[in-house]
Design a protein around this ligand. Structure first.
Ligand SMILES: O=C(O)c1ccc[n+]([C@@H]2O[C@H](COP(=O)([O-])O)[C@@H](O)[C@H]2O)c1
Ligand SMILES: Cc1cc2nc[nH]c2cc1C
Length: 344
């Protein structure tokens, strides 16, 4: 398997031209704050002084997790496929927010423990009906992990979009994400673990024990792909592949909550320049997410106490991305509006 080469977005000459355009708008310099940094970043990603958010898409990847056998979620595994049906019927939060924001939505079965049959609206990339219990063995074989990564890359090869948002669905996947976080960052499991869909304090303590046990079992997994295979999920590996290919194709990558960011930890361990292409939509209410973002030196756009996943944060961030490219394209300049500039 070929890991995509990703160039950094570094381009001092274009950055200077973007900065000039931004500073020439009728506002005190820097006063549009984060939106100015976004406009500059999107311009550098798209290699354009006139960046656009014209064709946004969100991909929601679903997969099941063998580690649910350890009793680490407040909900049964069957909710994964039932929510996939809900996505396909248009009734989930992500359907509502994607529609509200004029965003294409793609639903992927990367490894759900359910036979959906032939469905035109479901992208069938099922590698297996769920991962193995990573307390007993690696969640994925190396081959299956590579299959999920490649499926993510191939999926993005067929996409026509400029902004690619990520979401996921998978009962048990906050356990997978917390284990990935601890393995990739060296942060203690106790500081990675959280309530997920709604565990109480006792449930969280048990989840921490499960993760610590698995970290001991797979202590030899050091290379990024080995860590991903040991603790990941099919939906997480699919997202890793899709992120790497999306960055290679110079898409803006919209990062959602705790699980999607754990996929980014793996992607960044494989190709650190992928981070240049990322916009962090929000800081999730899942306990470890703030620490994960800090580790990546990431500044999320919003803090809404969301802990849903599905790409809901990605969808809700779209108006801010649009505001960033719109002010750059549509605001008057000091000279066009005859407004005096600084000290002038
Ligand atoms: O995105 C987040 O930050 C987030 C935080 C907590 C839970 N979730 C969602 O909840 C599910 C996993 O929770 P759990 O408790 O089953 O591990 C999965 O479907 C995720 O989309 C998502
Ligand atoms: C109902 C439900 C919806 C979800 N969406 C994402 N994760 C979820 C988990 C549950 C339990």
């Amino acid at each position: 398997m070929q890991i995509p080469a990703i160039p950094p977005i570094h381009d001092p000459e274009l950055a200077a031209r973007l900065d000039h355009r931004i500073d020439d708008k009728t506002k005190p310099q820097g006063s549009l704050g984060v939106l100015e940094r976004l406009a500059r970043q999107i311009g550098l990603i798209q290699r354009s002084e006139h960046p656009a958010v014209a064709k946004p898409a969100i991909v929601v990847c679903a997969g099941d997790h063998g580690v649910t056998a350890e009793g680490i979620s407040a909900y049964p595994q069957s909710v994964t496929w039932q929510m996939v049906e809900n996505f396909l019927a248009g009734g989930a939060a992500i359907n509502v927010f994607a529609r509200q924001n004029g965003c294409a939505l793609h639903i992927v079965d990367a490894g759900v423990n359910h036979e959906f049959g032939k469905r035109v609206d479901l992208v069938d990339c099922k590698v297996a009906p769920g991962t193995r219990n990573f307390c007993e063995q690696a969640a994925m074989s190396d081959e299956d992990c590579a299959r999920a990564l490649e499926a993510g890359m191939r999926f993005v090869d067929g996409l026509d979009c400029d902004v690619l948002g990520f979401g996921e669905m998978g009962i048990g996947n906050t356990t997978s994400a917390a284990a990935l976080m601890s393995a990739f960052t060296g942060i203690a499991a106790a500081d990675c673990v959280g309530a997920g869909t709604g565990l109480d304090a006792e449930g969280i303590a048990h989840k921490r024990d499960v993760i610590e046990r698995a970290l001991r079992l797979h202590a030899d997994a050091k290379a990024p792909l080995d860590v991903l295979a040991a603790f990941g999920g099919f939906e997480i590996a699919f997202i890793v592949g899709a992120m790497l290919r999306g960055a290679q194709r110079r898409m803006v990558l919209l990062v959602d909550g705790f699980i999607v960011t754990s996929a980014l930890l793996a992607a960044a361990a494989l190709q650190s320049a992928v981070l240049d292409y990322c916009v962090f939509s929000h800081c999730s209410d899942e306990a470890g997410h703030r620490r994960m973002l800090d580790y990546l030196k990431a500044r999320p756009l919003m803090q809404l106490d969301l802990r849903l996943g599905e790409g809901t944060g990605s969808a809700l961030a779209l108006p801010l991305l649009r505001a960033a490219v719109n002010f750059l394209e549509r605001m008057a300049t000091f000279s066009s509006a005859s407004v005096n500039g600084k000290n002038g």
